[in-house]
Each structure stands twice: as structure tokens, then as C-alpha cells.
Design a protein around this ligand. Sequence first.
Ligand code: ANZ
Ligand code: ZN
Length: 816
Amino acid sequence: MKYDIKAIEGKWQQRWQENNPAKTRPTGNGKKFYCLDMFPYPSGSGLHVGHWRGYVLSDIYARIKWLEGYNVLHPMGWDAFGLPAENDAIKKGIHPQEGTAKNIATFKRQLKHIGAIYDWDKEVNTTDPEYYKWTQWIFLQMFNAGLAYESNMPINWCPSCLTGLANEEVTQGACERCGTQVEEKNIRQWVLRITDYAQKLLDGLDTLAWSDNIKAMQRNWIGKSEGAEIIFTTHGTDGSVINLPVYTTRPDTIFGVTFLVMAPEHALVDAITVEENKEEVEDYRNMVQSTRSMGREVDDKDKTGVFTGSYAVNPMTKESLPIYIADYVLSGYGTGIIMAVPGHDERDFEFAVAFDLDRIQVIDGPGIKLDDDLNMQEPYTGDGKLINSGAFDGLDAKTEGSKKIIDYIVEHGFGHRTVKFKLRDWIFSRQRYWGEPIPLIHCQKCGVVPVPENQLPVVLPDVERYEPTGTGESPLAAITDWVNTTCPQCTGPAKRETNTMPQWAGSCWYFLRYPNPHLADKPWDKKDMEYWLPVDLYIGGIEHAILHLLYARFYVKVLHDLGYVPFDEPFTNLFNQGMVLKLSEKSGLVEKMSKSKGNVVNPDDIVQDYGSDALRMYMMFMGPPELDCEWQDAGLEGIRRFLLKFWNQFSDAGILLSIGAHEDELTTRRVHKFMRDFQDRLDHFKPNTAISAAMELLNDITASNMKLSRDSYEKVVVALSVLAPHMMSELIETVLGKQLATCTWPTYDPALLVQDTATIVVQVNGKLRANLIVKKGSTQQEVEPEAKNLVHKWLEGHEIVKVVFVADRLISFVVR
Ligand code: ANZ
Ligand code: ZN
């Protein structure tokens, strides 16, 4: 029978659309499995094969659970607010809603080719007012809980386009549209207090079955460090005493401090800079400011800085220390002032070398060399015993030394223990059109007033121009009859907030909405939520391993603390797949697929020529799913050949034993071994090697002309239905006369996997003469007579002088 890809795949996709056999059953119907894909941004360029990688992977696990009898929720939706649609609107003058709807239609058509068991009745769209009503509602709950505040915060500003830019619109410090150097501009923003949740976000990671790699990325981003704030003192130019608190994670090194460094932007710089140094300090500050606003990072190699002319006192040693300003100290971290320990810190060491400052040793370590002035020749950052540290000499620096020194500092009022996080509060407003309006009202009398919940959603009004206004405000600011409103509290004249939310907002809670996407009077139903959530398996690209997951976890923790959801982590199990790379003709390099590099593979073309099953299987075969993998046409070709061979073998009714005939025991064992390997490998997220197991099985079946019982046949095709659902559904229907939906996920019998025979090698004078299959564990007495029989022509006429026997392995005769 010829495999007519188009007819057969078309037939099944049609059927699944008319009647999805894996449709979500109502809440409470048995064990549940919530299998979630990170929903896509429906971009204008459509789906590419990189999307398929994640969607096929999740579909495999959704299908397995479905065949196991679970009630499966496997939904799909659209993260559809965002920049490209807005930029398109500016360029082409069409409403972003229009462009978005078109892109969604394309995505949906393309997605159906995957043959996944999505339940399209559960679809969500973040730009639908019925959805963003609740995005706004959640914001109001945060606002009411004091988790949102207004603050002047820097944005990227293009002085030529007169507009704020998102980070992704800035390339190497320049505006993506016009190439002008981007500046920083402070504007009023809404900020969420995610830092209040820093510790909870860290602690929660311990409860999750995520990969260590992703957890480490989250931990680094949150960046907890424990140390001390220690107060050094100096005199202002007016003679007053000024406290200079430093933040350090290494209080044990306090006897090694030889200077202080302040961030150039620090507010106290003016007060302590002496007259003669003012000009130089001012020049340096300007220089730093302009480099920083050009988006350049501090060059770590060349340490630059300027002396302020002032000295501070080390509270521990009472030594006098010169105070510098330098750009390697950041104003936004710690206290913006550091105690520099060049003997034991690399950055301080480089600075001390450049400015000829002392680099004294306070920790003993292997291989430390001092020069004639007793300065360290290299910084030593390891642990060791304290030296040159007064009463603390001999203590282990990083542990006991640190503890005792902090105790002393606290006792004497020189400072206190502190914990710092790298995580910053989350700037939550955008000066853009295509986002959720922030549901707040500014009243001259009452201040900031939330829009009453019964007036949600605050719908995005139509505008004529989508361009930013040039003042740093969103285009909404120009629609005066929308902006001007009345205060819900005093009914006086008031103005609407014109900032919109960032694209993250909609994706922070969409997984809570899927069980019940059409509820009008509440964001979710308590019973459905308790049944379906948390998400059992979440699959998405590694590029979302930090921010999306952190923000979604933050939302859930807040909603939990406010009493709206019963759990405080949304994603029990997580898998982040790697990217699909391809050789780019332009650059000659293997790169991430992208339109600009001209190396995108359009799945529509592949489905057309090779079929959906072949693409699904190839996406899984290309390599371990957590790694980046290179697309290769030859690999796809190999999968096509495998599928055709499989079809030829399995569509031929000759493969089935006639009714009543008994399956050969070896065949049964072989099928069970396949099931074990296949399932084991899928359980460990190794679909690529699971496919290898299927290839080996097919080879064995063809080579030895195996005939299968209906039971074995069904096991094999049902197993492979998670990879190639179209072909397998067709075989199940035409050969077995059944439907996949009535089959169950095949099991195997471990007893059939036990190897209970052994092959014994029979040697005569060291030469292999025969093989003997025996029951495992047979003794020499049992084996020897049979073995002699087998090799009697080499024994005849000789005297046996020795017999060597190794159970289950070998019997060897030495003859003369
Ligand atoms: C003295 C010292 C000695 C330090 C030593 C390190 C090693 P993490 O772990 O990242 O929190 N530091 C503090 N504030 C800073 C700022 N605003 N800009 C740049 N560096 C800053 O790093 C904390 C360490 O980074 C602190 O401990 C401080 O240097 C520096 F052998 O203090 B340390
Ligand atoms: Zn008012």
C-alpha cells in the first residue's frame, strides 16, 4: 500500500478538527494532567520550525497522559500585545488589532499542521478586552496591596526620534530606527515591588522539579549576597562629620583596606571633594555619565578614577584612607561605596596598581608572593588564616574570621549585618499604545485613585496616530476625551493614567485562565483552578528561563498571599528546549534561525513535501531537546525513509499472525524490550534516543521477518502515535479496525525482560569451537557433558588435561 501523505494527514487533521478525541473533560473527571506550552507571540513572519520543537515535545507528553487515561488540559493561546504589531501600525497605518488578528489566523492554521491535541475551546488572547480586564484587575489588587508605586526611572531615549525605546530597540547603544546614540531620560513610571518577594522567589526554587541549570539562572538573577554595612567616617569640606557606609561581603578583610571608592554619581561626592580636585572630579563624572548613557558597559580591564582629596577613617584600625571615585563602583548596588582590599579583590587590585596604592596581605594562602614593599604581586581571593589582623589573626578568614569581625563591628556600633539582592524592582509601565492601559486615575484632590472594578476593562481607545508623542508620554496622552475623566472618589475632573503595561503582564497569569477562558464575571473559577493547577509540565524556550518565569512566579506568590490562589508556585515541572540553528548562507555560520539571517525553515514547506509526521519526528530526532541543534536536510530525509519503511512493513497485513496462532517468545520479548526502552527514554526527556529504539526494532522486524500478534502490533503503533499520530491513527484504523482513542498507553512486562539464558563459549586449546545456550547459573556438571558432545571431534584421540569453567560464560578444554 502506498503511503499518500497528503490524503492521510489531511484526513486525520480534518477529523481531529471536527471532533477532538482528546478534548478536555470537565473538572473532577479523574486524574488530571495540565500540559502547557509557552504561548507564542503571533509575529508577522509566522511559525518557524523552532516553534515546532517545543510544541511537538509537549504534545508527546500530553498524548502519553491522554492514552494513560488522564484528563488532559493542553491549551494554546496568544501573547499578542507588543512592539512589532505597534511598529507595523506606525509604518502601515493599520490598527494593531487588525495585524494581530491576521497573524493569529496564520499561526492557528500553521499550528493545526502539527496534529497536536490542543483543545481550541480553551484559547486565550491577551489583547482581548475580556482577557485584559483581568490583567488590569490583578494590577489593581497589587496596587491596593501597596505593591505598585510611582517613581522617576530612567528609560532609553532617542533624542532624534523623540521617543522612549524598549531594550530590544537599542542595539549597541544606538536607536534601531535611526542609529542615533541613545540617552537616558528620567520619567515617571509605575514600578512593582518584586524585591519584597526576593527571598520567597529564592526559597520557592527548592520545591520545584526544574533542572539545576534553570534554577541556578534564577538564583543568579535574584543574586542574594550576605555581608555587612560598615561605617567609615570622613569630614566634609565644611568640617562636618560625614558617614560613608560601605557594603561588603568580605568583612574579614577589613584590616586589608587601603582606600575607599565611591560611585561617581554618589550624592555625597560634592560634599567631600576638596576645592583643588573639584574640576577634575567634575570632568570625570561627566565623562562617566556620557559613556554610560551611550549604553556602554564599564570596561573591566582599565580601571579609571579620580582622587577626591579627602580621607576616611577605618573604624577598625583607625587608619586614614584616601577616597576615590571610579566607575567600577555602581551607584545602584549596595551603598554605592566600597572598602577596597586590593590584596584580595581583583578589581581593587587593578585599581591599586593603576593608582600606585598599597596592596597589603591579610590572608595567608598558598603561593602568595610579596614585593620589596610587602605589596601583593597578585590578588589572592581564596580562603586561609587571617594575618596582619590584630586580635583576629589565625582565624579562618571567610568563616570564623568574618563572623567574629562582624560581631565586633556590631558591638562597637560601626555597622550591621545585611542581605542584598541584585534583583531590582520591576519597571511596569511603557509609553506605548499597544498594551493594557494601567487602570488608574490621577485626581488633583484625591491623588492616584484606582478605576472601580465594575468599570473594568479600561478599553484601549482608538487613536489616529500610534507614534509616541515626543514628550515621553504614550500616544494615549493625545486623546484628550479619553484622558479627561472624573474622579471615582470625589467626582471632580481627573485624568487617566496613559502608560500601558509591559508585554510581560499578560503572560504572568494566562495559565490561570486556561481552565475557564470565557468566564465573564471572574478571572477564574475556584473549583476548576484547584483541580487543574499548578501546571504539571511547562515547556518553552530556554530564552524565557529567567524573566518570564520569575515574573509569573512573582504574580502567583502575590495572588497566593492575597488569598486568590491556593498554591504559590505555578509550574511544578519545567522543560526548556534549546534553539534550532541552521547554516546561514550569508555568514557561513551555523546560527539561530532568523529572518534577517535568511536561514529560516518554513514548516509549511516541509509539511507539504515530507508530511507532518516526518517533521514532528525529525524535530525530536535532531538531538537532545535541551540543547541547541542544527537543522540538516539529510536528517529529515533519514526520518522520511524510516517512516516509509515502517509503513511498508506495518500496512502489510502479512505482518500479523493469523488468528489463533501463537507469537514466538523471542518476538514477544523483543517488543517488550522496545516498550521499556522507548518509555524509559521518553520519561527522561530523551525522545531522540526513543526514536533510535524504534528504528532498531524496525530493523529487527524486517531482518527476521517477525510476525506480530495483534497485541504486539498495537503496542508498537500506539507507542509511536505520540510521535507520528497521523500514520499511526491510519494503521490502527485500517489494520486493526480500531481507533487510537480507544487504545491505551502500552505497558510492558518486566519479567519478559529478564535474560534467563546464558551463552557459553566452548573452547579447545584456546580456540573457540562452539556456543552453548544454557539456563542461567548452570553448574559445570550440567554443562560439561553437553559441551563435550558439541566439540567431540576436537577431543577425540586426545587426553583432557584441564577443564576451565566460568559460570554463564565459558568452558575451556586443554588437551594433549
Ligand atoms: C571588600 C571586599 C574584599 C570585597 C574582598 C570583595 C572581596 P556581591 O557578592 O556581588 O554582592 N561592592 C559592593 N558594592 C559595590 C558596588 N556598588 N559596585 C561595585 N562593587 C561593589 O559583591 C559584593 C562585593 O562587591 C563587596 O565586597 C564589595 O567588595 C563590592 F576581598 O568589599 B567587597
Ligand atoms: Zn478626586
